[in-house]
Design a protein around this ligand. Structure first.
Ligand code: PA5
Length: 487
């Protein structure tokens, strides 16, 4: 089936949800000149090599690279029973999202044969000691491959995990330990103190130890990296068709490369979210797939939207404090959790429904309970998909009726091509929306202080850590009220 993703924005418009909360055609038309400037700026930064994720959709250019990644994935799958990603943020959410979307929903619970002989798949994107120690009860380090993914090559969570698992594997396999680790990192990074480029610590270690190494392109940031080796190697290990993922991204790139706001769905959805936030008070963007397979797309999107657009400064550097808060929901599960708030609470959200045209499997309701479940026979003897669809349409209707703007993205089906296309679409939308806000969508300065403070608290002794420790002490001295007992 050819790749097909449709974008429907009717329910974001005033004709459907009313003029107070909906947008008008003229608001979109008025934005056209600004949209064109943003497009031209993105194009020029892309040509200068400053923004690299667009090039990830160039299938022909990447064929040889994809063959090599696939071959490595197959080799890992041959040799190991378990495959574990050690990474966080943009180095974890993409692999989780693609695995969930394209592998069996209960993949790890299937037998190896049912998994096509492929290893079980895990992503450890936290450092909770219970998580890591419990995880060790599941695996045999002698049969496990770890993919350490870090663009900066020094993220403390990932590096600490690497340090922990390295020793544990070494204990079991001795000198063969290096064969159990594949490292994905940058060739070089900017040293913020000297301003010079240098190899990150993870690269240096991997090279000295003789581990397999894959490079993340320098101009591709973490949350924009799923279609690079960051996401493609983990996908290839479980047998996902990575060639199709990139072909899908390429198909989306053709349409989402159009300069015209009304012909480019990534730009249009970005513009609708931007206008809804700026002029209609929609401070929250909810992504609500009606698909278990797409559950984690909402989590991936949450990081992309939050970290890219949540910014204090615009260019030139004025304080703006912008960014919509992304929220995730799942149909129909969250109809019984969050929808009450969305329909009757503050009208401060724009909801994106993600629908699927064709599902892989079917499930039917029976008729044997008809005489017991009185008055519920409208549910009996039906494809459960009919109910799934009706629930989504019902929710769209009830939101629209309460003047709550919403849009719908429909994937023809959930396969590698559609997922590659969907992720690419969202990356373009995010880059474009960053341009509308006039902020840098590709950095994350707000993450830095927490990281530096944690390193200082861990006793690091580089420049400035002493000052940060003093500042933390001062801050703690203001916290004079003792905590109250809850029990
Ligand atoms: O999107 C980003 O840049 C971040 O979320 C990073 O992916 C995250 O902080 C992990 O960084 P790194 O890949 O350098 O370990």
């Amino acid at each position: 089936m050819a790749v097909s993703i449709l974008y429907d924005y009717n329910n974001a418009m005033a004709e459907v949800v009313g003029a107070r909360h909906g947008l008008t055609e003229s608001m979109l038309r008025d934005l056209e000149p600004q949209a064109l400037c943003v497009h031209e700026n993105l194009e020029s930064r892309r040509e200068k090599g400053e923004i690299g994720f667009y090039a990830l959709a160039d299938y022909e250019e990447r064929r040889t690279e994809l063959d090599a990644i696939k071959a490595k994935g197959d080799e890992i799958a041959e040799r190991f029973d378990d495959f574990v990603v050690l990474g966080i943020g943009g180095s974890a959410l993409g692999p989780i999202c693609v695995h969930r979307a394209l592998n069996h929903i209960y993949y790890n619970l299937l037998g190896k044969e049912e998994r096509g002989g492929r290893p079980r798949f895990f992503v450890l994107d936290n450092i909770d000691p219970d998580l890591l120690a419990d995880f060790l009860d599941l695996i045999d380090p002698r049969r496990t491959c770890f993919n350490v993914i870090s663009k900066s090559g020094e993220t403390p969570e990932t590096i600490s995990q690497f340090m922990g698992f390295y020793d544990l594997v070494k204990e079991k396999v001795g000198d063969r330990v290096n064969e159990h680790f594949v490292v994905t990192t940058s060739e070089s990074v900017n040293n913020s103190a000297t301003g010079k480029k240098e190899p990150p610590p993870l690269r240096v270690a991997a090279e000295r130890l003789g581990m397999d190494l894959f490079w993340i392109p320098e101009n591709v940031g973490g949350r924009f990296s799923e279609l690079s080796v960051v996401g493609l190697l983990p996908a290839a290990v479980t047998g996902i068709d990575i060639h199709s993922m990139i072909r899908g991204a390429q198909a989306a790139a053709k349409i989402c490369g159009s300069p015209s706001l009304f012909e480019n769905p990534a730009y249009l959805n970005g513009a609708i979210h931007f206008l809804a936030e700026r002029y209609r008070g929609k401070r929250i963007s909810v992504l609500m797939p009606y698909s278990e397979a797409l559950r984690e797309v909402a989590d991936w999107y949450r990081q992309l939207w939050a970290e890219s657009l949540g910014k204090r400064r615009c260019e030139p550097p004025n304080e703006v404090f912008v960014g919509q808060t992304p929220a995730r929901a799942l149909g129909t599960t969250d109809q019984h959790s969050q929808i009450q708030l969305y329909v009757e609470g503050p009208n401060d959200k724009i909801v994106t429904f993600v629908a699927v045209g064709e599902f892989d499997r079917t499930f039917k309701t029976g008729t044997g309970l008809n005489e017991y479940l009185l008055g519920l026979d409208y549910l009996a003897g039906r494809e459960i998909l009919d109910l799934f669809r009706a629930e989504m349409e019902g929710t769209e209707f009830s939101l629209s009726r309460s003047e709550r703007p919403n849009v719908r993205i429909t994937l023809g089906r959930v396969d590698a091509e559609h997922i590659g296309a969907l992720l690419f679409f969202y990356m373009v939308q995010t880059a474009f929306t960053g341009g509308l806000y006039g902020i840098n969508a590709f950095d994350q300065p707000g993450v830095e202080m927490g990281k530096r403070a944690a390193a200082a608290l861990m006793g690091r002794l580089t420049d400035g850590d002493g000052e940060i420790r003093d500042e933390i002490e001062k801050y703690n001295s203001r916290r004079t009220r003792p905590p109250l007992k809850i029990v």
